[in-house]
Design a protein around this ligand. Structure first.
Ligand SMILES: Cc1cc2nc3c(=O)[nH]c(=O)nc-3n(C[C@H](O)[C@H](O)[C@H](O)COP(=O)(O)O)c2cc1C
Length: 339
């Protein structure tokens, strides 16, 4: 019997929480090391982590990465995430809204503006859903449903290839994305889901008018492994597929394209956030560390984000960086391009 989208999403929430579907991010983040500055001329409490994004002022350079929506557990989870994002002042991206397009009753799961009136909310749809005569209209509908400030289109060819019944015909995706960019009233941003976007893909996306790219690199949640886990018990040969977050941000930044970068995939603490900003990202995205907290309460999400903030501030204090701009110039001990 073909599985339903609800069953698949529900499985994803359970399996994504397992440590066995997480990849070790440490080695690549370890390739970036700050030179410590032992005489900071700063009061740590006065350090500013403010950052501008989509016309909003964020208190932290963080976006809650897309997770879920359209099933009962995800409804509660999204409210907790939206309330926490509003309280702290970080951006919030919704999970794939395909389910709301197929079943209009599920749209409410993605209507969170009343919980988060003062932060950027991003809607989300898979690139495969852009194909076909009504694909671009469907994507525009996702922006309206969520009253979104931007639309994330996720590129997940590896996940679709290994998923039972996945979308495997991707012809025409670049044309559809080009049309979407031309028609969208808000920025169209592109992300992967944890296997990364490399420089060759980044060049094509920049040429068609994409201005924001979320590398969603390997080193964190592995969707090849999650899909494999649903049908087999062992490790997928594609578990580590892709380009890791540090390499992706470094290599794309070196191209000098008119692209702003979001670093995500394997970001597990505020030191990782600081390192990503230092090597060229404007924001850092976090999914897995917020999954368990979001399934329980708004306060648990707030506590996790506060811990990230403390770790980011500590890094800034110990590199004598009073602002995020100063952090981007903090001296490094290791050159991340020589990984
Ligand atoms: C439970 C779960 C569901 C996800 N669903 C989506 C989704 O619907 N759309 C999407 O673009 N990414 C989705 N992702 C991918 C994340 O946005 C992120 O790119 C990826 O998990 C890597 O970040 P991490 O290592 O911090 O988990 C999901 C991740 C998790 C953990």
């Amino acid at each position: 019997m073909p599985e339903t989208i609800e069953t698949r999403k529900s499985d994803h929430l359970v399996i994504a929480a397992k440590e066995s579907v997480q990849r070790p991010a440490l080695s690549t983040f370890d390739s970036v090391r700050f030179e410590p500055y032992a005489i900071p001329d700063l009061n740590m409490d006065e350090i500013s982590c403010d950052s501008d994004f989509l016309g909003y002022r964020l208190s932290l350079p963080i976006i809650i990465s897309s997770m879920s929506g359209g099933i009962a557990q995800a409804d509660r989870m999204n409210i907790h995430l939206a309330e926490a994002a509003e309280t702290i002042g970080v951006a919030f991206s919704l999970g794939s809204m395909r389910i709301a397009l197929e079943d209009h009753g599920q749209a409410k799961s993605f209507q969170l503006r009343r919980y988060a009136p003062n932060i950027p909310i991003l809607s989300n749809l898979g690139a495969a859903q852009l194909r076909g005569p009504s694909g671009v209209d469907s994507a525009l509908r996702c922006i309206e449903i969520a009253e979104a400030d931007a639309l994330y289109i996720h590129l997940n060819p590896m996940q679709e290839a290994v998923q039972q019944g996945g979308d495997r015909d991707w012809r025409g995706i670049v044309d559809a994305l080009t049309q979407l960019c031309a028609r969208s009233p808000v920025p169209v941003m592109v992300k992967e889901v944890g296997h990364g976007i490399g420089p060759s893909t980044a060049k094509v996306l920049s040429e068609i008018g994409i201005e924001w790219l979320d590398v969603a690199g390997s080193g964190g949640t592995s969707w090849a492994q999650i899909e494999h886990d649903r049908t087999h018990g062992d490790e997928s040969i594609f578990a580590d597929w892709g380009i890791d977050t540090v390499t992706a941000v470094t290599k794309i930044s070196e191209l000098g394209l008119p692209l702003s970068l979001i670093a995500s995939g394997g970001i597990r603490n505020g030191l990782h956030v600081a390192k990503c900003l230092r090597i060229g990202a404007s924001l850092a995205g976090i999914a897995k560390p917020l999954l368990a907290p979001a399934l329980t309460s708004t306060n648990n999400v707030i506590d996790t984000l506060r811990q990230f903030e403390f770790e980011l501030r500590t890094t800034m204090f110990c590199t004598n960086s009073g602002t995020l701009r100063e952090l981007t110039r903090a001296p490094l001990l290791k050159d991340p391009t020589r990984i």
